[in-house]
Design a protein around this ligand. Structure first.
Ligand code: 5AD
Ligand code: SF4
Length: 455
């Protein structure tokens, strides 16, 4: 790997290559962590005088930030890369870079480098800071670069994100995951858990407030274990306390919380600071203890329910959202019924439901899986129906009340899109200011959506 070079040199090399200030298109797949990584890439590239551009066709540098969590996401990436072949033969000077979780799997990196020779750089997103020198190196060597294996974590801090606008700012507080849930590829591709120093987090949080963001979301695969391995004596509850004590009118959210690491102290802090949204995304994955054991989740359905009760007692009005995997290897109708019972008992504000996807290298990939896909799809549909029933009941119960909502987008002359505490969306009529909080009287629920009036 060549030495890191100075940005000015790289910027002029790129400009000379393209004959203009390079236009960059970044396509992000997957989770908020990837969105946040892409914002950092864009920040870096703008520092090299590149301009953001919103489609591949007009771009000089095309970056795919990929996701590996389910096979479907990977197929989409390959499909998209395949479609760029024609563009690349028309304009061979174009630079096509693929990073993100997918390329951290050996078989994928190999496939990309061997079967897609028009891909210029395969890089490790953990080393975002190296992107400029990789671009320069690619221009010099004129042959595809394989930088997927490197991992120097020091290349991550100090990068200023170019937030994509919108109403929410993401602030990563940790990277990687140490949990090794048996179905999940994340620990294999994102590596071991690493917390950022609280002073870096606080500085980034303040900068986001300074840019006018009112809804700030802390990100990590398992935010509840924040602080492990740091020199400072801090845990997640402590970090929340510091952030929620900052001046300003804002809402603080976080995701994802692993139930095994959610503490009483966390709920106490959530209950004590009004700036922390009384909402927690707490993936349960399954309601069957047998499946939870096979998943290596390290809690039982009863433990999960106890946790939600503790949270309800300490955080007034708290709402929950969750992730559920249906059709984990060997999931029987009985196991699935246990999941349905849990869903009915907790009454989540929203659910993200996935059909199990086999991931190479994970322990679950070796478990016998003889449930037909059709059965899994039917189970998924059953959950969606039940969840819609619950959501309708919950949201209808809000009609007539006044709730705090963040106005996030203008939809029409006197119509806005808003977000409630629990992040559910609401259509709002009246006069509002995008990016600011408003009091909303909830008027009705139609077409699976709340409708209200700014008061
Ligand atoms: N198959 C299906 N869903 C998965 N998830 C993670 N790995 C898999 C997989 N192999 C889901 C989990 C996790 C969410 C981010 O993605 O529910 O919480
Ligand atoms: Fe994957 Fe489990 Fe880590 Fe979440 S906690 S990223 S599901 S291994």
């Amino acid at each position: 790997m060549s030495q890191e070079r100075n940005n000015r040199e790289i910027s002029s090399a790129l400009r000379a290559h393209f004959g203009r200030a390079p236009r960059v298109f970044i396509r992000t797949f997957g989770c908020q962590q990837n969105v946040s990584d892409s914002e950092r890439m864009l920040g870096l590239l703008e520092g090299l005088d590149c301009e953001a551009c919103c489609e591949a066709e007009g771009a000089d540098i095309i970056i795919f930030n990929t996701c590996a969590v389910r096979e479907h996401a990977e197929d989409r990436v390959f499909g998209n890369i395949g479609r760029l072949k024609a563009l690349k033969s028309e304009r061979p000077e174009l630079l096509l870079c693929v990073g993100g979780c997918m390329v951290q799997q050996e078989h994928i990196a190999k496939k990309l480098l061997e079967s897609y020779p028009y891909v210029d750089i395969v890089f490790n997103t953990n080393e975002l800071g190296r992107l400029p020198s990789l671009l320069a190196e690619r221009l010099e060597k004129n042959t595809p670069l394989d930088a997927h294996g490197c991992c120097d974590w020091s290349m991550r801090e100090g990068l200023k994100p170019r937030r994509e606008g919108g109403f929410r700012a993401f602030v990563p507080i940790m990277y990687g995951c140490d949990n090794f849930c048996s179905y999940c590829v994340v620990p294999l591709v994102r590596g071991r858990e690493r917390s950022r120093n609280s002073e870096h987090i606080i500085a980034e949080f303040k900068a986001a407030l300074g840019e006018g963001y009112r809804d700030i979301m802390l990100l990590g695969q398992n935010v509840n274990s924040y602080g492990k391995g740091l020199d400072e004596d801090i845990n997640f509850a402590g970090l929340l306390r510091k952030l929620a004590s900052l001046e300003g009118d804002f809402t603080l959210r976080f995701m994802t919380s692993h139930p095994k690491d959610a503490t009483r102290e966390l709920f106490e802090v959530m209950g004590a600071f009004p700036k922390i949204a009384p909402h927690i995304h707490l993936p349960v994955q399954s309601g069957s203890d047998r499946i939870l054991r096979l998943m290596n989740r390290r809690y039982s359905s009863e433990g999960y329910l106890r946790l939600t009760e503790e949270a309800r007692a300490l955080v007034p009005g708290i709402t929950f959202s969750s992730d559920i995997i249906v059709g984990f290897p060997g999931e029987t109708r009985e196991d699935f019924d246990a999941t349905l019972r849990l869903i009915r008992e907790v009454r989540f504000a929203s659910l993200f439901t996935f059909i199990y996807s086999k991931r190479e290298g994970t322990p679950a990939a070796k478990m016998p899986d003889d449930t037909a896909h059709k059965t899994k799809a039917r189970r998924l549909a059953e959950i969606l129906d039940i969840q819609e029933e619950i959501a309708a009941e919950r949201e209808n119960a809000l009609v007539g009340s006044v709730q705090r909502a963040l106005v996030v987008e203008r939809l029409g002359e006197v119509l806005y899109e808003g977000r409630l505490w629990d992040n559910n969306s609401i259509a709002l009529e009246g006069s509002g200011a995008v990016g600011e909080f408003a009091q909303a009287e909830i008027l009705s629920r139609t077409k699976k959506r709340l409708f209200g009036r700014i008061v």
